[in-house]
Design a protein around this ligand. Structure first.
Ligand code: CU
Length: 68
């Protein structure tokens, strides 16, 4: 299991938080996703054999938020 913390712009409320977390959690290989709205980050635990950081970023972008 690997973990990463990504900086995400545009998340303003609980709805944003849930959207990003749900999108990531439904992705194959993602075990846990936790958004911190105040810090504008999402902490992700994932299986690097199934999904890579690029895939995580694409999923967040597809949900409508900007990953840095
Ligand atoms: Cu929102």
């Amino acid at each position: 299991m690997a973990s990463t913390v990504l900086h995400v712009e545009g998340m303003t409320c609980n709805h944003c938080k849930m959207s990003v977390e749900q999108a990531l959690k439904t992705l194959d290989g993602v075990k846990e996703a936790q958004v911190d709205l105040a810090a504008k980050t999402v902490a992700i635990e994932f299986d690097p054999g199934t999904v890579n950081e690029e895939g995580l970023k694409k999923t967040i972008s597809a949900t409508g938020y900007e990953v840095q």
